[in-house]
Write a protein that binds this ligand. Structure first.
Ligand code: PRX
Length: 633
């Protein structure tokens, strides 16, 4: 197992070095996987034992009301107790929980003790505003430590956080506040990106105007630029944290394992985003187990997940799992290329990062600047690398492996989703890699590739990716819409979770994820529904009908291409195209802005009036249109 040759095509194997393998926590994946499948509940109970519980569970898995599965039923815990309270009673009290660097180069560090204190203080602030167990709090911030503090404080007092990515616009934020019915919004004046201020407070103000449910807004001061503060509604974070009420002692709410921890909105096939709901118990067990084994994290590691806490990757692997494991997590505020394209590599060197986890789109983006930038830095602290969000193409894999990992760091290509809570299909150090494949299911995860009939397809054939047995980190429901949960994920096949991806399983049992089967587009790793872009476009007075598709792009994976039919009296023009793009920027957010908008007279539709995006895509790519028997034109 010492062949460390670089793969030149996607069928080549790569084995981690003896050194990585010798030190690995899990040395025999196959044996562990078999054990987990033979006794699923026993396996998960064993992992749950590594966490602290106020009261142990009575039942590991309750499947009596499938697909509304419950895990560790009767167990009492709180994820904040596992992430903070228990560590301050040990040597970890003085260990760094978080290292943070601002875009301007400012640094802050938090020991577990300090983080615990800050979380306690903010927990008390929230309680003083009347936030109680089960109440929802929306958080709309940039990548600052206060975002983590706010999330953990919610968890600590039993409130349910709903973090909205700082790149979303006023309407998207308002919709999410409205759906969650949050009375409290936590935001900041602005965040730094490429040396510019992203005016978060302005967006928040507009969102609050559109969603009357918000009573209090807490504003963390980061940029110090002038913002509007409305009397009796808006409060500065630092003022509140200086009040006597913000004591460093805050009682942790004792939660049922199945009590909700957070809602995270994600795009689906309709214009309305889905509030994916995760819980205190199962999510804690699942995220910590996956992180420990896949990234092989030891107590002295420095782990950098370069995602945003506003996405599931950040929730699970910046905020919660590293803290549960008691490792040191690193977070950076700004753009990867600011002020120069070596910013990330400079920080790897400076902080001695051991494990780095990012997305193919970021790798491709940095790869464009050539190898000289990373080559100038000492990256020898790196032991393992990770990738997530979309399939990683061979060129990016090779560059990441050779230039960043210097040919000695295996790449953990992790397939998972907002809905799954943590890694599902992923290598770990004792699994041989095939670049481009997320490899094998994590222990306890039973996946398969099936045809339209729900039966497994032959090796090498394309099919639908499904999960055959429940797992502790799974979503419990779509917030406020259990029917949508049932139909979307469990409606197509009885007892199979439908991931929404197409995939292939090869002769060795390796899974190759191909892409989405539904109307979800992955742009720079972000998940967007075609329906969100379309409903954004038709909300403009000039647009009668719209269709959006994803087209392949070298850098972003996909770009959005939109077609619009104009209302009577409007003429196509470059000015109108710009106006529509600007409109989307405000309605949905910058990530949803189409790269091109084409004005058309007609759209290909089925007789029942459904737009055939598949046909639009084939035409745009100059490919055969396939079966068009249902097309009415
Ligand atoms: O299509 C798959 C793709 O991202 C989708 C999930 O998106 P989201 O909920 O935003 O979560 C992203 C971060 C976990 C999946 O349905 N995807 C994610 N990871 C991979 C991937 N596709 C291929 N390979 C991956 N490693």
């Amino acid at each position: 197992m010492t062949d460390t040759t670089t793969p030149t095509n996607t069928q080549e194997w790569f084995y981690p070095s003896e050194e990585v393998l010798q030190g690995a926590i899990i040395k025999d994946y196959d044996a562990l996987y078999k054990r987990s499948m033979d006794d699923l509940e026993g396996f998960w109970a064993e992992q749950a034992e590594t966490l602290d519980w106020y009261k142990k569970w009575d039942t590991v898995l309750d499947d009596s009301n499938a697909p509304f599965y419950k895990w560790f039923v009767g167990g009492k815990t709180n994820i904040a107790m596992n992430a903070l309270d228990r560590h301050v009673k040990t040597y970890r009290r003085n260990k760094l929980a978080l290292i943070w660097e601002g875009e301007a180069g400012d640094q802050r560090t938090y020991s577990y003790y300090r983080l615990w204190q800050e979380v306690n203080k903010f927990g008390n602030v929230l309680r003083s505003m009347g936030v109680r167990k089960g109440d929802r709090v929306t958080i709309y911030m940039g990548r600052v430590p206060e975002l983590i503090i706010a999330m953990m404080a919610c968890a600590k007092i039993g409130a349910v956080h709903s973090v909205v990515y700082g790149g979303f616009s006023e309407q998207a934020l308002a919709d999410r506040i409205e759906d969650a019915q949050s009375r409290v919004l936590v935001t900041q004046d602005g965040s730094w990106l490429r040396g510019n201020i992203v005016d978060l407070k302005k967006v928040a103000d507009e969102a609050v105007k559109r969603s009357a449910v918000v009573e209090h807004v807490i504003v963390y001061k980061r940029t110090g630029h002038n913002v509007m503060m409305e009397a009796d509604r808006d409060y500065w974070w630092h003022d509140l944290m200086a009040l006597p009420i913000a004591s460093t002692k805050c009682e942790t709410e004792v939660m049922d394992a199945e009590d909700p921890l957070f809602i995270l909105y994600t795009s689906g096939t309709t214009g309305k985003p889905k509030g994916i709901l995760h819980t205190h118990g199962g999510y804690a067990v699942y995220t910590s187990t996956t992180l420990k084994w896949v990234f092989d994290l030891k107590d002295d590691d420095r782990f950098w997940c370069a995602a945003d806490p506003g996405w599931i990757t950040g929730h699970s692997y910046i905020v919660y799992a590293p803290a549960i494991l008691g490792v040191t997590s690193f977070m950076y505020e700004g753009a990867p290329t600011h002020p120069y394209p070596d910013r990330w590599w400079k920080m790897v060197e400076y902080y001695g990062i051991n494990v780095m986890y990012t997305a193919p789109t970021a790798i491709r983006g940095l790869m464009r600047f050539g190898s000289t930038w990373p080559n100038r830095r000492d990256l020898s602290s790196l032991r393992l690398l990770g990738s997530v969000g979309e399939p990683i193409n061979p060129e990016a894999w090779k560059w990441y492996f050779d230039v960043i990992g210097k040919g000695k760091c295996p790449i953990m290509d992790t397939w998972w989703q907002t809905e799954t809570g943590g890694f599902m299909i992923t290598p770990m150090p004792s699994v041989g890699l095939k670049p481009g494949s997320a490899t094998r299911p994590f222990p306890g995860i039973d996946v398969d590739v099936v045809g339209e009939d729900g039966k497994p397809v032959k090796a090498g054939e394309d099919g639908l990716l499904v999960v055959k047995r429940p797992w502790p980190g799974m979503l419990r429901t779509v917030y406020g819409d259990p029917e949508r949960y049932k139909n979307q994920y469990w409606g197509k096949f009885k007892n199979l979770y439908l991931a929404g991806d197409s995939a292939r399983k090869d002769e060795d049992g390796y899974i190759w994820v191909i892409g989405r089967i539904d109307d979800v587009i992955k742009v720079s790793g972000y998940r967007l529904g075609t329906a969100e872009v379309e409903s954004g476009l038709v909300s403009h007075p000039a647009v009668a009908e719209a269709a959006a598709i994803g087209l392949p792009d070298e850098l972003k994976g996909n770009i959005i291409y939109a077609y619009c039919i104009l209302r009577e009296g409007n003429q196509p023009s470059p000015q109108l195209e710009d106006a529509l793009k600007n409109h989307i920027r405000h309605e949905v957010g910058p990530i949803a802005v189409p790269a091109h908008i084409e004005f058309v007279k007609q759209l290909p539709k089925t007789r029942s009036g459904k737009i055939m995006r598949r046909v639009l895509k084939a035409r745009a790519l100059g490919q055969p249109e396939g079966d068009v028997s249902t097309l009415e034109e």
